[in-house]
Design a protein around this ligand. Structure first.
Ligand SMILES: *Cc1c(COP(=O)(O)O)cnc(C)c1O
Length: 425
């Protein structure tokens, strides 16, 4: 029998007319755990990580998985066991790392709005580095560290002002963005950091955006960051590590980003040429490690033909899969068991009471109510962004490892959603 796959997702294949996640037919998982259901492939996560590991072979390097892409505990365990550290953006994410027994020393803390409480908790836990995003944050962090009688390891996130050529909502390294310290202010910020008694300068970092599909923005950003490293070290402030952030895209719709190992071969040539090849390197990939390691299974509820459009109404919605509504993002939507029948053109929409609740537009599908569809490339920024809008419990999640299915998150129940609420009297 023939096997077919979609471009970025070799671990999800149609065999005997049925979509499989590794060795398991996903329809069986839907029957067992219900829909909507996120299904992840562990082998796919490890393969994506291996591409980075090959790229850095023989280098002093640390891969810190940017866990906001998918912060489910079972997913974090996969990466921790494979030797990753974590890039966190909140105190809540730190608690998740600690909950899986992750090493605090392998945690770096990014984000423009860290609170004093979050800083104190991260200092107590002993995280590896604070990626500081503003000069005022330096002052507050020094104060909090002083009050705790310790010093905070810091890196300053610089804004290299390069255009990552991605969606404006996920581009973060341009002048108009809220992220990082402006290139022109960086040296002054490092001087201040070096002067503050509660701080210990350990590195420099940048992160220019997300879903980047071209290597040139990375090469430009590296040049800009290394210019700053030259200047900072010339001012007598040594930097132990250089962190180039995350942002590498995945193939959602036929646009192929560079493979991680090839991108890094290119970047490392530049790094070597500029004399920084033996420096400790850090990166913070998120989407590229998990995006194509997941699908979301959803059942067709109703077909609703219309004068202008046909609607295919499914049981997953914008609360489960927010990327189309938020960024007009494209996810392929494919039948789990393709029918040999004529296709019709549909907008695939969910049950939420918003016109923005669509998962895909103008999709040609041969489907009937009761059929299962797979929303492809749903491993990143789907479950971690899911909400309870319309009091919709969030889906269950299953991690497939060969022929084994691990339920890594139970489906929420309405009672879970009301926990903590109080009647007025
Ligand atoms: C979101 C984020 C990342 C990861 O971005 P991806 O596009 O998912 O690789 C890395 N670093 C920081 C600071 C981030 O905010």
């Amino acid at each position: 029998m023939s096997t077919t796959t979609t471009p970025g997702q070799p671990f999800f294949a149609w065999r005997q007319g049925q979509l499989h996640a590794e060795d398991l037919p996903v329809a069986d998982l839907a029957r067992r755990y219900g829909t909507p259901l996120f299904v992840y492939s562990k082998a796919s996560m490890l393969a994506a990580l291996a591409a980075y590991q090959r790229g850095f072979a023989g280098r002093k390097s640390k891969i810190c998985y940017a866990m906001k892409a998918n912060s489910s505990l079972g997913v974090l365990q996969v990466f921790a066991q494979a030797g990753c550290g974590f890039d966190i953006v909140s105190g809540g994410e730190l608690e998740r790392v600690l909950a899986i027994g992750g090493k605090a020393a392998d945690v770096i803390f990014s984000g423009v709005g860290k609170t004093r409480v979050e800083m104190a908790r991260a200092l107590e836990a002993g995280i590896g580095c604070f990626n500081v995003e503003s000069e005022s944050e330096l002052e507050v962090l020094a104060e909090v560290a002083g009050a705790h009688g310790c010093t905070a390891p810091v890196s300053i996130r610089v804004n290299p002002n390069v255009d990552p050529k991605t969606h404006p909502y996920i581009s973060t390294g341009l002048k108009g963005n809220k992220f990082g310290v402006a290139h022109e202010r960086t040296l002054a910020a490092y001087r201040r950091a070096a002067d503050l008694r509660g701080l210990r300068v350990v590195g420099i970092d940048c992160h220019i955006g997300s879903q980047i599909t071209d290597s040139s923005p990375y090469l430009d950003a590296m040049d800009r960051v290394l210019d700053l490293v030259d200047a900072i070290e010339a001012a007598g402030i040594p930097l132990q590590h250089i962190d180039f952030g995350g942002g590498l895209g995945i193939d959602y719709q036929g646009v192929q980003p560079p493979a991680a190992d090839q991108l890094w071969a290119q970047l490392l040539r530049k790094l070597d040429a500029r004399g920084y090849g033996d420096r400790e390197l850090m990166i913070e990939p998120g989407r590229s490690l998990v995006g194509n390691a997941g699908v979301c299974l959803t059942e067709v509820l109703y077909l609703k033909p219309g004068e202008q459009k046909n609607f295919c109404i499914v049981d997953a919605a914008m609360n489960d899969l927010p990327r189309p509504a938020m960024y007009e993002a494209y996810h392929a939507i494919l039948p789990v068991a393709p029918r040999d029948a004529a296709e019709a053109r549909y907008d695939v929409v969910g049950p939420v009471c918003e016109s923005g609740d669509w998962l895909g537009r103008n999709r040609d599908l041969a489907v009937q109510p009761g059929d299962l569809l797979a929303v492809m490339s749903a491993g990143a920024y789907c479950m971690s962004m899911a909400s309870n809008y319309n009091t919709r419990p969030r889906p269950a999640e299953v991690l497939v490892d060969g022929g084994h299915a691990h339920l890594i998150r139970e489906r929420e129940q309405p009672a879970d959603l009301m926990r903590g609420e109080r009647l007025v009297g």
